[in-house]
Design a protein around this ligand. Structure first.
Ligand code: NAP
Length: 246
């Protein structure tokens, strides 16, 4: 498999990230997917390789600078230079601001925003050198709409939009695009954590009257990485069943 067609996808063990990893593998990319544990990384690697390729599952804790450094060093040692980076890993630590603890703020900002800065700074140089690269950041509708109880998460996801636009302007003339996808309510462990009543309330606010499917996010990620999407950059594309129209 060509190293020029390697896609790194963070948080690929479950949910949206896993669907994105499967879609890139199906599109012929070599996938490097991450999980937070050895067991998660190894089961991801086996699952991806059960159909095709020489895919890798690796450990990454986006909340730790040391882990990000070790992940980048591990990839370099394996001679892997990705042309696609999908920053998908994300967490929520919901609380009303009055009750929000320092660690709830810091973990969410570190995992959902600062890690994106560190990973992009590492991978952008070889993309610029290769005169080709695709960075796709997974944001959230909440970054645009806000949401009570999610000031930390909304701040991180809104920050991602400004980061995406700025980096896009820095590297556009090197044929490197930087875009974000902002999902609405998608059916994953993250939304399964809601109570039935909370889910019903959410669905009542969605004109499509259902949660989104992970494949509906993955398809756009593969398109944004394609040659055909080379003139799209700095965009945040909302996929939310009409819940929020930007
Ligand atoms: P999920 O089902 O909870 O999966 C989260 C993924 O991120 C897992 O692979 C998990 O790995 C990984 N992860 C968790 N903490 C991490 C850390 N500290 N470092 C690195 N990886 C970590 O989440 P999801 O719903 O698929 O969400 C994926 C992305 O979409 C997130 O950025 C989220 O904010 C965004 N999003 C989701 C929704 C939604 O409705 N689901 C809506 C808008 C935006 P382990 O398996 O090892 O824990």
């Amino acid at each position: 498999m060509e190293t020029s067609k390697t896609a790194v996808i963070t948080g690929a063990s479950r949910g949206i990230g896993r669907a994105i990893a499967d879609a890139f593998a199906a599109a012929g990319y070599r996938v490097v997917g991450t999980a937070t544990t050895d067991a998660g990384a190894s089961s991801l690697q086996s699952a991806l390789n059960s159909t095709s390729g020489e895919h890798l599952g690796m450990v990454l804790d986006a909340a730790s600078k040391d882990s990000i450094q070790a992940f980048c060093a591990g990839l370099a040692a394996a001679g892997v230079t990705p042309c696609v980076l999908v920053n998908n890993a994300g967490i929520t630590r919901d609380n009303l601001l009055l009750r929000m603890k320092d660690e709830e703020w810091e973990q969410v900002i570190q995992t959902n925003l600062s890690a994106v800065f560190h990973l992009c700074r590492h991978f952008i140089r070889p993309m610029i050198k290769a005169r080709f690269g695709r960075i796709i950041n997974i944001g959230s509708v909440v970054g645009a709409s806000g949401n009570a109880g999610q000031a930390n998460y909304a701040a991180a996801k809104a920050g991602l939009t400004g980061f995406t636009r700025s980096l896009a302007q820095e590297v556009a003339n090197r044929n490197v695009t930087v875009n974000a996808i902002a999902p609405g309510m998608i059916d994953t462990d993250m939304t399964r954590a809601l109570t039935d009543a909370q889910r019903e309330q959410m669905i009542a606010r969605i004109p499509a009257a259902r949660l989104g499917r992970v494949e509906e996010i993955a398809g756009l990620a593969v398109y944004l990485a394609s040659d055909g999407a080379g003139y799209i950059t700095g965009e945040t594309v909302h996929i939310n069943g009409g819940m929020y129209m930007a």
